[in-house]
Design a protein around this ligand. Sequence first.
Ligand SMILES: C[S@@+](CC[C@H](N)C(=O)[O-])C[C@H]1O[C@@H](n2cnc3c(N)ncnc32)[C@H](O)[C@@H]1O
Length: 325
Amino acid sequence: MNSISSPVITETSTFAIDVEEGLSKYPKQLSSKYFYDAAGDQLFQDIMAMPEYYLTNCEYDIFTQQKAAILEAFGEAPFELIELGAGDGTKTKILLDYFLQQEADFTYRPIDISGNVLTQLTAACAEQFPKLKVDPVKGDYTEALAQIKQEDNHRRKVVLFLGGNIGNFPLPNAKVFIKELAICLSAGDLLLTGFDLKKDPKIVQLAYDDPAGITAAFNLNLLTRINKELGGAFDVDKFMHWETYNPLSGEARSYIVSKEEQLVQIEQLQLSVHFEAWEAIAVEVSAKYSERDIIELAEETGFTVNQNFVDPKAYFMDSLWELKV
Ligand SMILES: C[S@@+](CC[C@H](N)C(=O)[O-])C[C@H]1O[C@@H](n2cnc3c(N)ncnc32)[C@H](O)[C@@H]1O
């Protein structure tokens, strides 16, 4: 199996610093990138299998039905296929399989902050696609991209940013992030990003607040992770998941809400966190886009839109951009 390279900053120390900062400020905040420990990875796979979480099936349909057009749009020259936040690569494997069948010349470089999911993905690729060249990088997007930029081998880059990943940035932050990404790329490099499109708010709301409570378990697992990794004393039953969707901003937002006033110790941080009754921690943004938002984002970050790939229900769009000179 390929070895996983990893930037120098340790994950635990960054997690500790961010938890301390996020729970010490008001309003409280924790980043959704910390959802993904081994339990979180499994819960996210359960979310992808839920009927309410339409995003996975929509992008699956796009890739299954339009993979030939996608490869054609990528062009024939050899490329590095870099995937930001690859997860278990369920949908990406449709493209990898097809690209290999077509004898496209590429190396697959999945990036993920979760070492667990990256190890699983690398092992699955080795088994399923023995001929595929896989070069995984474990780390936060920005650190991992800086590493790729540093070792630049002048190969053309095609970056995948699939599923709901870009949605985890509020729109102004998405702009900043894509500009940072563009610095790691060269003119003519490509970016294929998944955008969840604005739609009936009821459909969006249900995707993040399913009746079976899988999303609630996924979000609350963040408290369990703090208990395990930082010696936290959260009683998860004293907190609840809350979801809102604002059709004007296009932002679905997830919160963890304290059901009572309480004081929670986090031993390794030597921190006591006070919660008022019904005080919330903001944990995730899942932004939805209109086609107009997508075009504006491309233009404001130095890209041109080459082609859009949309599912039959028009719920989701994979938009292919090229970095301008
Ligand atoms: C919602 S899952 C989506 C996975 C995949 N892109 C898909 O569409 O199925 C998000 C993945 O991105 C990773 N991730 C989230 N924030 C990240 C960050 N800042 N840097 C690197 N990986 C991140 C998570 O570990 C997780 O595997």
